[in-house]
Design a protein around this ligand. Structure first.
Ligand code: GLN
Length: 374
């Protein structure tokens, strides 16, 4: 039973749900903080207990980052696992729809249902899907390799996030996993700039259809030029305009080779880097976000700071891999602290298996009311 439509950043562009025409969504754990974004309304609804499950879309982190900020589970499936038929595109080569839930069983159930092959989306693969629930019953990680970033302790990330990663690694090790060091230098260095070239380029192209003629907001005008200008100028919010400007620039004749082509090359290097890492590890255990939920309004004047919130999630989209974020602990100020698990393409099962062992040790996510309202 669908009980509501959740708030989000306009066209899924944002990391704090402050760019919504409906106003901001607040983090249920601390109303002065952002819930993350862009699918912040979905994450907040599940954390607040309004609904046991919700859907979101993830182009660069918009399921996993708000899930981490709100202390719930959020899964971005492999690119091509879930049909995007009916989803308004932000950046078609990156977007995926995925579930939010307070426990892994609900998450796996929703994944099972939404991951049916679909002829209406040419990017949705026709592969047989496994029974995702079966991965939740395993009690050991014997013979399994969990990779972590060798330099995570020296990265500029919140101490509480580092502690959560260490704690989750220990749980995996106690369950029999071999813990191995990995490095992702290309993703760390080029992931963000590469994404902030490719995603706006695709967005500027797909949002061109919002010209006031057929789709969305339209303004009365004397002639066609005025119709375009007023409809697009008045209809799009500031962040969407910023992305359209960046995207149009990097696709222009002077920007194409310098920016867009370079970003496509960098994307291939990110893909290759993950391929190599997954020759050694079955699953990667990474931070979900560099920081805990930040204050509303704190970063709105500095878009680059907001973009940094997706440092650990964006490379996963660039490579088309599945990623899940989950709560591991609470900070000293009572905010949820999450981690992220990433695996090879179509190996959501490996993520669920690892996550279920961590879930058994730390307990399922709770609502702000404490209990489980299901
Ligand atoms: N925060 C990122 C952005 O603003 C990712 C958004 C998303 O995943 N939809 O582009």
């Amino acid at each position: 039973m669908v009980i509501g439509k959740a708030n989000m950043d306009e066209f899924a562009m944002g990391s704090s749900t402050e760019y919504s025409a409906f106003g901001p969504t607040l983090n249920p754990w601390d109303l002065s903080k952002v819930p993350g974004g862009s699918s912040g309304g979905s994450a907040a609804s599940v954390a607040a207990g309004y609904a046991p499950i919700a859907l979101g879309s993830d182009t660069g982190g918009s399921i996993r980052q708000p899930a981490a900020f709100c202390g719930v589970y959020g899964l971005k499936p492999t690119y091509g696992l879930v049909s995007r038929y009916g989803l308004v595109a932000f950046a078609s080569s990156l977007d995926q729809i995925g579930p939010f839930a307070r426990d892994l069983k609900d998450l796996a159930l929703v994944l099972q249902i939404i991951s049916e092959p679909d002829d209406c989306d040419a990017t949705c693969v026709r592969k047989e899907r496994p029974n995702y629930l079966e991965f939740l019953n395993e009690s050991s990680l014997e013979g399994f390799k969990v990779g972590y970033l060798s330099d995570y302790k020296s990265l500029e990330i919140d101490e509480e996030v580092k502690k959560a990663v260490t704690e989750a690694l220990k749980i995996c090790q106690d369950a029999g996993a071999e813990i191995i060091e990995v490095e992702l230098p290309i993703s760390a260095r080029y992931g963000l700039p590469c994404y902030y070239t490719i995603a706006p380029a695709e967005a500027s192209s797909s949002l061109a259809r919002f010209d006031g003629v057929r789709y969305g907001f339209s303004v009365e005008a004397e002639d066609l030029q005025e119709l375009y200008q007023k409809s697009r100028g008045g209809g799009f919010g500031p962040e969407v305009k910023r992305r359209i400007l960046i995207g149009t620039f990097v696709l222009s004749s002077s920007g194409y080779e310098t920016y867009y082509l370079q970003a496509q090359k960098a994307r291939q290097l990110v893909v290759k880097e993950f391929d190599e890492v997954f020759l050694k590890a079955d699953v990667l255990l990474l931070p979900a976000t560099p920081t805990l939920p930040f204050k509303r309004g704190e970063k709105i004047l500095d878009p680059v700071k907001v973009y940094m919130a997706d440092l650990f999630t964006i490379p996963v989209n660039l490579a088309g891999l599945p990623g899940l974020s989950m709560k591991v602990s609470s900070s000293s100020s009572g905010l949820p602290v999450g981690i992220q698990l990433v695996s090879k393409k179509f190996c959501e099962g490996d993520i669920l298996k690892t996550a279920s062992i961590i879930e058994r040790a730390v307990g399922p996510a709770t609502t702000i009311m404490g209990g489980d309202l299901k």
